[in-house]
Design a protein around this ligand. Structure first.
Ligand code: UD1
Length: 342
């Protein structure tokens, strides 16, 4: 029988790419999403790319009764939980909304997995848990820093909920994947990142500036202690990131986990500065970007990138796409969404 995976937040940016890669790897997929920060068009995109009429359930994972019906209807052994709010700034203004939404939905998932005797939970965590790390690159053993935002705190708390649950309930197995900076889009340009309002993240701001939607990109600070003074990050292509989920689900469903709860960094292992990313984007896509250097953004860490040895060795996964390919795919997607012709 084919393995089935439930994807909460499967209409979102990373969720939709993960759905495609799982289907292409031979899994059945069920997408659950309340479309609070995503579009049904992403589900259509998944269907178009894969040729599979993937089931979609319009359900808020905070609604446990509605979620139960999904558990009754589909016989999945694994859940990938993406469904969450993700804007750092907003979480500072509305902490209760973030704790309520991000933790309730995750606890509902964990609880129903136990009740329904379903084993595998993959949680979508973030490199944000490392904060401003003393030693770089960060490994999975690097100590987490106290979270500087409610958003970051929900990631840490959910990791702890998963760890403790896997320890207490023999049926459960959990993996937290700590993503670095997910960027890019599917090469088909049928799915990609579509932030509502003004983007907080760098690459969507870059592509929207290139598309003429934003006047000018602000580069937040060039006085950091880094080679060109701008921050260093580990930009991971979203298709590579999606494949890390497939490798993790393979490991879980094939009984290859070494512990009941495991953590993996998912990045490239290569630090890239803001200016390097901007310059490469211009070069690959043969355009000029309007940008200016402004002051630092509060809360930004100067540098963070991943040690990816554990994921390479244990998951048998590594990032494959070049930054050039990623930046070209991001622009191709933005052009399609905005109807820009070459
Ligand atoms: C941010 C969040 C992090 C979250 C992640 C999710 C903050 C402080 N951190 O990470 O918690 O997990 O997104 O994707 O918000 N930059 C500019 N101009 C811009 C936007 C960004 O110069 O208009 C710079 C930033 O200063 C940073 C780099 O680009 O150096 C990447 O920024 P961003 O894409 O927002 O990611 P992070 O801050 O690393």
């Amino acid at each position: 029988m084919r393995e089935c995976v439930l994807i909460s937040g499967g209409a979102g940016y990373i969720g939709s790419h993960t759905a495609v890669e799982l289907i292409e790897a031979g899994y059945d997929v069920v997408i659950v999403d309340n479309l609070s920060n995503s579009e049904i068009a992403a589900v259509e995109g998944v269907r178009q790319i894969t040729g599979v009429d993937v089931p979609f359930e319009l359900v808020n994972t905070c609604d446990i009764e509605a979620l139960k019906k999904v558990f009754d209807k589909y016989k999945f052994n694994s859940v990938i939980h993406f469904a969450a709010y993700k804007a750092v700034g907003e979480s500072m203004e509305k902490p209760l909304m973030y704790y309520q939404n991000n933790l309730t939905s995750f606890m509902n998932i964990c609880q129903l997995m136990v009740v329904y005797n379903r084993p595998n939970i993959l949680f979508s965590s973030s490199a944000t848990v490392y904060g401003d790390a003393e030693h770089l690159p960060v490994t999975e053993q690097t100590e987490r820093q106290p979270a500087t935002s409610p958003y970051g705190n929900t990631k840490q708390m959910a990791e702890d909920i998963l760890r403790d649950s896997c320890r207490a309930y023999p049926v459960l197995h959990g993996v937290a994947l700590r993503y670095f900076n997910p960027v890019g889009a599917h090469p088909s340009a049928l799915i990609g990142e579509l932030p509502r309002g003004v983007p907080n993240n760098l690459l969507p701001f870059v592509t929207q500036t290139a598309a003429g939607i934003r006047e000018c990109l602000s580069v937040f600070g060039n006085d950091y202690d880094t080679p060109d003074g701008t921050c260093l990050r580990d930009y991971i292509d979203v298709v590579d990131l999606a494949k890390a989920h497939v490798a993790t689900i393979n490991r879980m469903t094939q009984g290859k986990m070494r512990q009941d709860y495991e953590i993996f960094n998912v990045g490239t292992g290569c630090p890239v500065s803001v200016l390097e990313l901007v310059t490469k984007f211009e070069k690959v896509n043969n355009l000029k970007l309007n940008y200016k250097i402004v002051g630092r953004r509060p809360g930004d860490v100067p540098a963070v990138w991943a040690d990816v040895k554990l994921a390479n060795e244990e998951l048998g996964w590594k990032a494959e796409r070049t930054l050039e390919e990623t930046l070209a795919a991001a622009w191709k997607w933005e052009k399609r969404v905005r109807n820009i012709k070459d």
